[in-house]
Design a protein around this ligand. Sequence first.
Ligand code: ASP
Length: 359
Amino acid sequence: MRNTRRMLVYAALFVVMLPVAAAQQQPAHHWAIVLHGGAGVIERRTMDPGTEAAYRASLTQAIQAGSAILAQGGSSLDAIEAAIRILEDDPLFNAGRGAVFTAEGKNELDAAIMDGATLKAGAVAGVTRTRHPISLARAVMEKSPHVMLIGAGADAFAGEVGLEQADPSFFFTERRWQSLVRQLKKEGRPIPPRPSGAPPPPPVPMAEIEAAGAHKFGTVGVVALDRAGNIAAGASTGGTQGKRWGRVGDTPIIGAGTYASNQSCAVSATGTGEYFIRLTVAREVCALVQYKGMKLQQAADQVIHKELKALDGDGGLIAIAPDGQMAWSFNTPGMYRALQAEGGKLEIGIFAEPSSNTE
Ligand code: ASP
């Protein structure tokens, strides 16, 4: 009799636990990813259909690489790194190969990554030899006791941890070079010699994609939410064209251009970095979410359309929250951008309509 009762208790327990076990096998969170490829004077009337198609194809390829990792249960950090590595190799974007030039005719690269689950972060600035600065930022986070490394020391660390090194001429693109020369001529500043190792100049100057005097866009950034419920942010850039004196922008400054915390949100910003540093834009958005209880889109719009505008700053941002909210906001004529969430459709945008997104 006692045995029968025990059996009944076990049977009841089994029935009760079944759905629990099933629930544990289900992913707790729906994954999501948002990406930007820089904000600036990007207008339909100055962009030919071929160029637009090329940008759309690149954005699609990068976000799909990130989505595939998240769909397989991979981490937000892995998805971000994979998507950014693709854009760093893509000469259309101001990151890795295709980065803008400094006034001295160099490519000085910045990158950062932050893990919202642990608040660990890694950043690099002024790197000239590491093919994938985003992977170097991740190595700083995971394999060094530091958060930020700069210049030759950062490249040396990259070599020590086995990251691919390249000759500085690897990052050279004709389009960015001619754009620098045009800017320096216009400003009456000296033109540096063509970098050694660069291919010979083409007989005919290349057509300008950007409006004259426009902010030289193309920084790349990604924020993601994985199935474990962790968010992260990462970004990579060549900074601003014609920069001098070892200038570093907001991208590798944690809290300014890049920030992630599971307590609030993950943000990657793009625009003229000086304003984003002064406003600590990325942290500001997350603080509004965390302490004021704002919706993500509302917080993003408040910072971009009110606080940044008040300083006459230009640019935009992408953001994601652990509950799956996604947002983008920009006060420039355009921002290259894409988003995808589990079960949802891929959305890609370039020009200002719509200027913001809520999911
Ligand atoms: N924010 C970057 C910087 O100032 C540039 C950009 O986003 O286009 O370095």
